[in-house]
Design a protein around this ligand. Structure first.
Ligand SMILES: [Zn+2]
Length: 59
């Protein structure tokens, strides 16, 4: 596995930034607006807004 950096576009504020070493299910924080983003897939990289805390995770 290589540590290729991927461009991520924040769905909240539209900012683009690089991140590397991503894994599906990982939570990252947008450096622009601070929203938590969940890595959905890594090839290609897609992200979605992370579930808000306070929910019962259950698993
Ligand atoms: Zn953002």
């Amino acid at each position: 596995m290589s540590a290729t950096a991927s461009m991520i576009e924040c769905p909240e504020c539209g900012a683009s930034f690089e991140a590397s070493g991503l894994e599906a299910g990982e939570i990252i924080v947008c450096p622009e607006c601070g929203v938590e983003l969940e890595i959905l897939t890594v090839n290609p990289v897609t992200v979605g807004l992370a579930p808000e805390e306070g929910e019962d995770w259950g698993e």
